[in-house]
Design a protein around this ligand. Structure first.
Ligand SMILES: Cc1cc2nc3c(=O)[nH]c(=O)nc-3n(C[C@H](O)[C@H](O)[C@H](O)COP(=O)(O)OP(=O)(O)OC[C@H]3O[C@@H](n4cnc5c(N)ncnc54)[C@H](O)[C@@H]3O)c2cc1C
Ligand SMILES: Cc1cc2nc3c(=O)[nH]c(=O)nc-3n(C[C@H](O)[C@H](O)[C@H](O)COP(=O)(O)O)c2cc1C
Length: 752
């Protein structure tokens, strides 16, 4: 096979090595526009796992790399005059020039033809036309990829922060993060040693901070002088070193396709991952491993390229998601400026979701014990319930107070429509559904969306709180939960608005009823889907009536004994459709700006607050984004949350989407938690987070990092009503059992 590789970075060179190793008869030619020894930057980081992968593919490269690498286990976080050290993170640093020299030497030894100072301008250049396979490993700014943009469809997301890649002679015994305040703003530094007396020193700041510092993009000398002054103490007399150290913005590169015919993208040309997860070189070298393996397995070439892309895309996209979370963390770090240093450090360490509470416990049990102790003491102060003697409980099993309600732990059973009521009346199904989940150990159990009027129901099977009989129906459930479990029980009150009058879920989601539809109301006469009923635009008289229905429902919920009320301002139901600009087109004072669109929902919040006992808490569930162009954005949600709390809500239950059918959610583990985190820190209000959270490790991580105060699980509770009990068994926490089940403790079965 005749292979032409454009670019002698780590990706291109490593592929050349692997192909020649596989078959010395392959002709492998690498074209590099620069001299081989010319390179930007200083050192790159590898995890032990990456070195192992590389080692398996080519033990000679691994041996040379291992000999050249500097190693460390610790991460140090310098923040507000404190240093938090975490251990157990095994990394190696290698000088980028050394890496490239090693790879170039190994390539030559295997017979790869290297053509330095040979720039490739199009597919007709040099030996490319005669090649069986053309590999574009020409880096992040790949001109070849852009020339073939119609084939690969690259998308480049230029991030807003500025960063500069510098070196220093100061040795760093740990991967070191500095967060340094200056009059211009907050500077972040990522520093690590890659050779004795040689370290990478990347400085990052917001665009505004960088501009206020008066630096410009290309003046290296001014940058070095400014940063040496700023970091004089941290550098301890050492100098900063520049090497094409210009101020950049990070481009996240994605391509719709990585291959076309016999041409394939590899490394940064195909995808980038933010430097804060230190994985660009790893990804490029792992691409090379996967491409070589695909070519070994499959022929003809286009089939091998398809196999390569199919193998590599999932892990690359997973790492890109982690890198995205990490880069967003560094972009938004000003948000955490007043968190306690221990929480700040834990938050940083767990920012990309790859390290969790339990995972960090394996690496650094002492640090996690400190975090748990700090968290439990805070919870004891907040709730007024002292921490029990002995080791601190995991964050999940700490109490939480909202007004006079003290929840025994941080797990909430999310509201889930059951569609089993008749004229709004709850029955045995609801008793068992909610009762079993309360026995399952959750701290708070929420009723499904419970409607304030028959017309406010989604379907004929929806639960209600509008007839006097409903009070007794619900009281039976509330009393069971209070009598038989330690859980609190809350009611979610709602009006379906334009999403009403449809079949129960399993008979046709969002489908109008075959008969017996009722008229709908909404802020604007826009049907949910084209085939749904057009709602009538609400008049002020309609608003008065619905507000009264909410007040009456609140009074009935009080009579039934509920501990907490939640107002449903999410998912496109009546109140949510006032908030979203996509569903509210009113020209009166209840439309227009966010303040106008919030006017009616806030009126409901304050009227319900007034009708609901002062000792009992009120929550609001909001959609933090519509996931749709022109819709509500997370920045608006910060305002929505702040306004709702100012109007009387105690906590914000942060969900997202379901406002318009064309919304395109970006799903993933904990996909809505970043909204909760942002609202909690920017609006400075207590939050609950919900959405694809299923493990105790994730719950503990979210809580200890301060991304939410309570964690809400829906589907995980359908699957396992005893989710909290299982979490207790997994974490070794002694959650008391109902007396009837005490025999479990006597016979001590193995719970894991
Ligand atoms: C500030 C910063 C910090 C980083 N930190 C790390 C880190 O800690 N760990 C890590 O793993 N990665 C890090 N990276 C990323 C890492 O440098 C890249 O991800 C990695 O080099 C990608 O390898 P590659 O082979 O795909 O491309 P590159 O290394 O960019 O190589 C592409 C090569 O192609 C050549 N070329 C381009 N166009 C042509 C052409 N038309 N003809 C011929 N030759 C051409 C270029 O000259 C270059 O030599 C960092 C990057 C930056 C900017
Ligand atoms: C069967 C079912 C019914 C639901 N009904 C409601 C509801 O009544 N009110 C509400 O706010 N959310 C409702 N949701 C959304 C959930 O409360 C939750 O926000 C969503 O499922 C994401 O959480 P999860 O990933 O833990 O399931 C429902 C979800 C499910 C699966």
């Amino acid at each position: 096979m005749n292979v032409a590789i454009v670019g002698a970075g780590p990706g291109g060179l490593y592929l050349a090595i692997l192909l020649k190793r596989d078959d010395p008869a392959h002709r492998v030619t690498v074209y590099e526009r620069n001299r081989l020894e010319d390179t930007f930057g200083f050192g790159v980081v590898f995890s032990d796992e990456t070195l192992e992968n590389v080692g398996e593919a080519d033990p000679e490269t691994n041996a040379a790399l291992a000999a050249a690498a500097a190693r460390w286990e610790d991460i140090e976080i310098h923040y507000r005059g404190t240093v938090t050290r975490s251990t157990g993170h095994r990394f190696s640093g290698v000088e980028r020039t050394t890496l490239l020299q090693l790879l170039a030497a190994r390539s030559r030894a295997l017979g790869v033809e290297l053509h330095p100072q040979q720039e490739i301008r199009d597919l007709g250049d040099c030996g490319l036309p005669s090649a069986d396979l053309i590999v574009l490993a020409d880096g992040v700014a790949s001109a070849m990829r852009d020339r073939l943009a119609d084939r690969f469809e690259p998308r480049i997301d230029w991030r807003r922060n500025r960063f500069v890649w510098l070196g220093t002679s100061r040795p760093f015994p740990a991967f070191t993060f500095y967060f340094k305040e200056s009059p211009a703003g907050l500077w972040r530094t990522h520093a690590y040693q890659y050779a004795p007396g040689r370290s990478t020193f990347i400085v990052e700041a917001r665009e505004e901070t960088w501009q206020a510092s008066g630096l410009d993009e290309t003046d290296e000398r001014a940058t070095v002088a400014y940063l040496e002054r700023l970091f004089a103490e941290e550098l301890g007399g050492h100098r900063l070193l520049a090497n094409r150290s210009i101020w950049r913005r990070f481009p996240t590169v994605r391509n719709a396709r990585w291959h076309s015919g016999n041409v394939v993208l590899l490394g940064d040309a195909a995808h980038t991952a933010h430097f804060s997860v230190g994985s660009g070189t790893k990804l490029a070298m792992e691409d090379a491993i996967a491409l070589a393996a695909a070519l070994r397995r499959e022929r003809p070439v286009p089939e091998a390229l398809a196999a390569y892309e199919a193998d590599r895309r999932p892990p690359v996209e997973s790492l890109q998601r982690a890198a995205q979370a990490s880069l967003e963390w560094f972009e938004a770090v000003e948000r955490y400026h007043d968190t306690e240093p221990i929480q700040f450090a834990f938050n940083l360490l767990t920012r990309s979701l790859r390290i969790t509470h339990d995972n960090l416990k394996l690496r650094d049990p002492a640090l996690v014990a400190r975090v748990d102790r700090w968290f439990a003491e805070g919870a004891a102060r907040q709730s007024g319930r002292p921490v029990a003697a002995g080791p601190a409980p995991p964050p999940l099993f700490t109490p939480y107070r909202i007004r006079d309600l003290v929840l025994p732990n941080r797990i909430v059973v999310s509201s889930m429509c059951q569609y089993r009521a008749v004229d709004g009346m709850p029955n045995d199904w609801h008793l068992v559904h909610l009762g079993s989940r309360a026995l399952g150990g959750a701290g708070l159990v929420m009723t499904e969306m419970t409607d304030v009027s028959p017309e406010g129901r989604i379907s004929p099977g929806c639960a209600g709180m509008y007839r006097t009989e409903h009070v007794d129906g619900w009281r039976r459930i509330v009393e069971f939960v209070h009598r038989e479990s330690g859980a609190g029980i809350g009611m979610q009150l709602s009006h379906a608005g334009r999403k009403g009058s449809t079949c129960v879920l399993w008979e046709g989601e969002d489908q109008p009823l075959p008969a017996g539809n009722w008229p709908l109301i909404a802020p604007s006469p826009i049907p949910y889907r084209p085939h749904n009923q057009v709602p009538r635009e609400m008049t002020r008289a309609d608003m008065d009536r619905v507000a009264l229905e909410f007040e009456q429902a609140a009074a009935m919920a009080e009579a039934a004994g509920f501990d907490l009320l939640e107002l449903h301002l999410a998912h496109g139901y009546l109140l949510a459709s006032f908030i979203s600009p996509l569903t509210n087109r009113r020209t009166d004072e209840y439309g227009g700006s966010l303040a106008g669109r919030m006017r009616y929902p806030l009126e409901i919040v304050s009227r319900v607050r007034a009708a609901w006992p002062a000792a009992r808490p009120l929550s609001v569930r909001i959609s933090a984004t519509d996931w749709a162009p022109g819709g509500l954005e997370p920045a608006d949600a910060v305002e929505v949350a702040g306004l709702a709390v100012a109007a009387g809500a105690d906590i914000v239950d942060v969900s997202a989407g379901q406002t318009v059918p064309e919304g395109k959610p970006v799903y993933g583990r904990q996909f809505q938690t970043p909204f909760s985190d942002r609202i909690r820190h920017e609006a400075r209000v207590p939050t609950m987070t919900v959405g694809n959270i299923s493990s105790a490790a994730d719950v503990n991580t979210i809580l200890a990092a301060g991304r939410a105060d309570l964690v809400v699980l829906a589907r995980a509770h359908l699957w396992d009503p005893y989710w909290t009990r299982h979490a207790a068994a997994e974490l070794g926490f002694p959650l008391p059992w109902p007396s009837e089940y005490e025999t479990l403790n006597r016979y001590k079965p193995r719970m894991k």
